[in-house]
Design a protein around this ligand. Structure first.
Ligand SMILES: Nc1ncnc2c1ncn2[C@@H]1O[C@H](COP(=O)(O)OP(=O)(O)OP(=O)(O)O)[C@@H](O)[C@H]1O
Ligand SMILES: [Mg+2]
Length: 154
């Protein structure tokens, strides 16, 4: 699939995008969130969790590598591997998470996980465009993530 591009002009718009994203979830979706510090990755994750009705909301705490949220039929994993390397994430329990095929996984700074994750994942690259504007570039690696990207761009 060709890359798709979206823009948001405020944190609220990124949350609105996250709400739309949440409404498209069936379970089993994997998203790699990329972009510099302060790009809006956690704002997006928060928006998804809130839209799914999850009580405690994700924070940008890079000191917790993985948080699991549960509500109704939805399980959400929020991962943040800022400054970690592939060697360091080995044996931290991510394999177990991957066995949960109906979980939704949203990963910030995901590079250390790339080798162990399925190809069918949505890459969302957040680019700072000046002020509060963000360009969000979507690239899908398979059928599930393609459906997600197409739903988001409708
Ligand atoms: N269009 C926008 N979308 C999202 N956040 C925005 C936008 N414009 C401004 N912001 C602000 O940018 C900041 C984004 O912070 P956030 O914690 O989401 O970044 P992050 O990408 O998770 O960074 P980190 O890599 O440190 O985890 C927030 O303070 C938010 O209010
Ligand atoms: Mg963050």
């Amino acid at each position: 699939m060709k890359e798709k591009i979206l823009y948001t002009s405020s944190p609220q718009q990124t949350q609105e995008l996250a709400r739309r994203f949440a409404s498209l979830l069936h379970g089993g979706e994997i998203v790699f969130l990329r972009g510099p510090i302060g790009a809006g990755k956690t704002v997006f994750v928060k928006g998804v969790a809130e839209a799914l009705g999850m009580k405690s909301s994700p924070t940008s705490a890079s000191f917790s590598l993985m948080k699991r949220y549960q509500k109704g039929k939805h399980t959400l994993y929020h991962i943040d591997l800022f400054r970690l390397t592939e060697g360091e994430v080995f044996n931290l329990g991510f394999e177990e998470m991957l066995e949960d095929e109906t979980a939704v996984i949203l990963a910030e700074w995901p590079d250390p996980l790339a080798q162990m994750m399925p190809q069918d994942r949505l890459e969302m690259d957040f680019v700072l465009e000046g002020g509060d504007k963000r360009r969000i570039m979507l690239r899908a690696g398979g059928a599930v993530s393609r459906a997600l990207a197409e739903g988001l761009c409708k």
